[in-house]
Design a protein. Structure first.
Length: 494
């Protein structure tokens, strides 16, 4: 059952409705991005009216800040007290506000809205505002007067929703929208017929829906606290997720602490709403991993200004890949073990560790395919990985995806093997030249390649000691043993 339909708002996906309810639960700000006529203002008005909240929609393209703040009380100033004269349009007593046309506000006024959006204060003074939403048209698309949104202003919003346009809806919902008479529609009809007969959604039913929303949010509040205690590792999960996204988007998408905090609360709040709906309406409870992807994508502001060096569609694709890689966390009772393995696979710089994880660990097909693909497309010399992987594949078919065999084979050339076998060191870079070069003296090609990899890492150090060399020797011996066992099919999986 969709709550918004009871208020005459059609076509919204249930997941979007839950994100909206999550904003009501936490009070974290929500930004709606959509074309004109997509009922952005209307949905805020209907929700606030149903919940009997003191509401006002500000048009940011027209509102002066004196309208929001009020004029200074001259008499109070004479006493050395800063007060503002309240009026019907000042923000002080409002409980729910919508900042409409937020991207049409002049840059100097955008900054003035930030304090209200984030902390519900104005000039440092608290207000009664509990819910703050905003709405905007997409950048471009023929909307004149739109301004580039200040990055700090965008960063104040927790959730980014894209309300559906009529042509995006199913035909049944589109018909309901056409037939709906509500809000400002047909204003003269009340002169000729009773209001209750001319409006599609009557006041009494709207209030019942408001009570339903309040009951749902009360139950969800208890669920939120319980989930917080259950998902004790969620913060750690999001910290790792942010690093994967940074790498996957080539350092374009940087999720700061505030954004990760929003994401943390959104995940818990939406799941709390879903559990409450399951209890109240007997709705089927979807898997958390399924809804988590939508929640996290809706928590990240890319494409608002159509800038940042990455398009919205390509961004969502890259982030979805990261989410799919880590999705099992939400279905594994918040167990971080698999998350840790995936995180190491895609973030470690040690090629031997990467190939060990790929060959030994129990990975999803997506993780294996992406990791092998990334390695095969890498500009690094991955001959060692290709050599070991193909040796293991010979003994244990299925280790390497068939479609990547040719790519990996092309990475192994005679010159790459010779380079690794005859690696030379400059005397001014390493003090203990003979001891280091002795590490390269191995009896097999695989041993030489493993030694080469370890020695390369060793010589990157600013100073190499005998202790470092001894540790490298142990590591080489251990890795040779590990990979020889892998080739024989031993110690496979955990």
């Amino acid at each position: 059952m969709k709550i918004l339909e009871q208020l005459g708002i059609y076509g919204w996906a249930l997941q979007d409705e839950n994100l909206m309810l999550a904003s009501l639960l936490t009070g974290d700000p929500l930004l709606m991005i959509g074309a004109h006529g997509s009922a952005k203002t209307h949905v805020a008005y209907k929700i606030s009216a149903a919940m009997n909240k003191r509401f006002l929609a500000y048009d940011a393209s027209k509102s002066l800040f004196e309208d929001v703040l009020g004029f200074p009380n001259v008499e109070a100033l004479k006493r050395g007290v800063v007060e503002y004269v309240h009026s019907a349009v000042t923000v002080w007593d409002k409980e729910f506000i919508l900042i409409d046309e937020v991207n049409r506000a002049l840059p100097e006024l955008q900054s003035k809205w930030m304090e209200i959006i984030r902390s519900r204060k104005i000039m440092g003074f608290p207000t009664d505002v509990k819910t703050c939403w905003a709405a905007m048209n997409p950048m471009g698309g023929g909307y004149t007067g739109t301004q580039v949104m200040d990055a700090a202003l965008i960063g104040r919003f927790s959730i980014f929703l894209y309300p559906p346009e009529a042509l995006d809806m199913e035909e049944g919902d589109r018909i309901k929208v056409v037939q709906l008479i509500n809000g400002d529609d047909a204003p003269a009809m009340s002169e000729w017929v009773k209001q209750s007969n001319s409006k599609t959604i009557d006041y009494g039913n709207a209030i019942k829906t408001g009570d339903q929303i309040k009951s749902l949010l009360t139950k969800a509040g208890s669920n939120f606290i319980a989930l917080q205690k259950h998902f004790l590792t969620l913060g750690e999960f999001l910290a790792k997720f942010s690093v994967l996204v940074l790498k996957e988007t080539n350092n374009v998408v940087k999720l700061d602490g505030r954004r990760l905090g929003f994401m943390y609360r959104n995940l818990l709040a939406v799941r709390a709403i879903e559990i409450a709906r399951n209890g109240m309406f007997k709705e089927e409870l979807s898997s958390f991993s399924e809804s988590a992807k939508k929640i996290m994508l809706s928590s990240i502001p890319i494409g608002i200004n159509e800038d940042g060096g990455i398009t919205k569609d390509s961004f969502f694709h890259k982030v979805e890949i990261c989410l799919d890689l880590l999705a099992e966390y939400f279905n594994d009772n918040a167990d971080l073990v698999k998350t840790e393995i995936i995180y190491r696979l895609f973030t470690c710089d040690d090629l031997l560790e990467k190939v060990r994880i790929l060959i030994q660990e129990d990975l999803t097909e997506l993780a294996k395919m992406k990791a092998w693909n990334d390695l095969a497309d890498s500009k690094e010399n991955i001959a060692i990985i290709a050599y070991i992987a193909l040796q293991v594949e010979t003994r244990r078919p299925g280790t390497v995806p068939n479609e990547l065999m040719e790519k990996l084979s092309s990475k192994i050339t005679q010159s790459s093997l010779n380079t690794m076998s005859s690696h030379s060191l400059k005397e001014d870079s390493v003090e203990h030249i003979e001891e280091v070069e002795a590490l390269l003296e191995q009896s097999t090609d695989m041993g030489k390649m493993i030694a080469y990899s370890c020695v390369t890492n060793l010589t990157l150090k600013s100073e190499v000691t005998l202790k470092d060399i001894a540790q490298a020797k142990e590591k080489i011996a251990a890795n040779i043993e590990i990979f020889e066992k892998m080739m024989k099919g031993e110690e496979h999986g955990h």
